[in-house]
Design a protein around this ligand. Structure first.
Ligand code: FRU
Length: 478
């Protein structure tokens, strides 16, 4: 069957209709589960359900029946899933199963504002069918209007469930012995990080610091539809300590998970076996500023490629590194070395390179260029350009001529990393509607939608002001 225009090969999209946040990411009995905010009747946002897909390898997904429907408590907003191994909830007398903890959202009416409360649903058959817990909702708040997106995990060290919840522009921590009764622990966020808009979709987990025996806690916080900011919605993170009750960050600067506009509401998998040990993250590859307007052929919305997160300490700062999961590699049957290139100042080198999806890995050596650039030619007239400028130490992605861009005023804006020092390497994953850039082994990422006529027809490498030596390879799906 002909693949519809813009339909990616290596990224999850629903067969039809609207998708936003990843929900309930969990690994259980040999399957990865991806639930997601889903509107089954339209390709714009509306009454939220949890769509459901499963995968054996995080790349090929099989879409299953809808898991959660709206009910008398409202729409099924974002949340997480856990395996209740020890039947703390009492819901699994026979064998361990999955509990989804999600937000029940009542739309505002003329008589009352919106109401958000936390609910449970559980599955005794590997996520195929779901029962709403009879005692819903299990957690309410007397005053907060934005009270949502619970991420729950079992804290072995403290012998209790911990819930991280977005509450207006803070994160509130709760704990529970049984997933049903929740106790307030603490609140974080006043005066910390970016407050450009409402806080959403938190996640909290421990990550090893590479090359040390140490680990630190990471708190992810997505920032919503900030109409005053050209960036739109994006995700910040804090590195610090968590003692089972209180989160304490070790820095006061604002840190962005991604410098592209299209990595939002991302969270990590629960239940990854200890022998694997990875912290695997998936984001919604979109931005609330234009999510309802991106070109759509009956489906709208895609997930980022799943990424492994680790921590890298350098110069007194501990930062997140993200790289696509290794499972991706075997999807590229064909890999070819790039010709070794010494780009002299002013030189443009074109390589014909036709692919429906592609991964490009590039090492830059003896880099004396003032500017190094890579143009991805989608068609004769459409291209996306990556520009590294040495003076600033910044990598930027230009998509103003990448194809369809007119649906949003901010879509054509340049997307730039923070100062990242010299550019040593690039890994670029290109699919039918996205460019994901991982610079310097994933210490800076730019995730960006594009809507071109073709994924790739050719590449141009150039340098100005000095020379640079390039080595690398390309992997294709033709
Ligand atoms: C984030 C978000 C969540 C909410 C969901 C509704 O993108 O706004 O805060 O639960 O989407 O679909």
């Amino acid at each position: 069957m002909e693949r519809a225009k813009y339909r990616p090969i290596l990224h999850f999209t629903p067969k039809q209709h609207w998708l936003n946040d990843p929900n309930g990411l969990i690994y259980f009995e040999g399957e990865y589960h991806l639930f997601y905010q889903y509107h089954p009747h339209s390709s714009i946002w509306g009454p939220m359900h949890w769509g459901h897909a499963v995968s054996k390898d995080l790349i090929t997904w099989e879409e299953l029946d809808i898991a959660l429907y709206p009910d008398e408590h409202g729409y099924a907003f974002s949340g997480s899933a856990v395996v209740d191994w020890n039947n703390t909830s009492g819901l699994f007398p026979e064998k361990p199963g999955i509990v989804a903890v999600y937000t029940s959202h009542l739309e505002p009416t003329e008589a009352s504002p919106s109401v958000q409360r936390q609910s449970l649903a559980y599955s005794q058959d590997n996520g195929r069918t779901w029962i709403k817990y009879a005692g819903n909702p299990v957690l309410t708040h007397p005053s907060k209007a934005d009270f949502r997106d619970p991420k729950v995990f079992w804290s072995e060290a403290h012998g209790k469930w911990v819930m991280v919840l977005a509450t207006d522009q803070t994160i509130t921590f709760y704990s529970s012995p049984n997933l049903r009764d929740w106790r307030l622990e603490s609140e974080f966020g006043e005066g910390a990080g970016s407050h450009d808009a409402v806080w959403e979709c938190p996640d909290l987990f421990q990550l090893p610091v590479e090359g040390t025996g140490d680990s630190k806690w990471v708190l992810l916080v997505s920032i919503g539809d900030n109409s005053g900011q050209r960036y739109g919605s994006r995700t910040q993170y804090f590195v610090g300590e968590f003692d089972g009750s209180v989160f304490t960050p070790e820095h006061s600067d604002i840190r962005w998970l991604d410098y592209g506009k299209d990595n939002y509401a991302g969270v990590s998998f629960s239940g990854i076996p200890a022998a694997d040990g990875r912290r695997i993250f998936i984001g919604w590859m979109n931005n609330w500023r234009y999510a309802n307007h991106i070109p759509s052929q009956g489906w709208r919305g895609a997930m980022t490629v799943p990424r492994v997160l680790t921590l890298h300490a350098a110069e007194g700062r501990t930062l997140i590194r993200q790289q696509p999961v290794a499972e991706l590699d075997r999807y590229f049957a064909e890999t070819a070395a790039l010709p070794d290139m010494l780009l002299t100042p002013g030189e443009h080198r074109y390589l014909s390179s036709k692919a429906s999806a592609m991964e490009l890995r590039l090492e830059l050596e003896n880099n004396e260029a003032e500017q190094f650039g890579l143009i991805i030619h989608h068609t004769d007239t459409e291209h996306t350009e990556l520009i590294y400028s040495a003076a600033e130490g910044i990598l930027a992605l230009r998509r103003d001529q990448s194809g369809e861009t007119g649906f949003s005023e901010i879509f054509p804006d340049l997307q730039s990393t923070g100062r990242m020092g010299s550019l040593k390497n690039l890994r670029i994953l290109l699919d039918a509607c996205s460019v994901e850039v991982f610079a310097n082994d994933g210490l800076s990422a730019i995730t960006s939608l594009v809507f071109p006529g073709d994924a790739c027809t050719g590449l141009t490498f150039y340098s100005t002001g000095g020379s640079v030596q390039l080595r690398g390879n390309q992997s294709f799906i033709r």
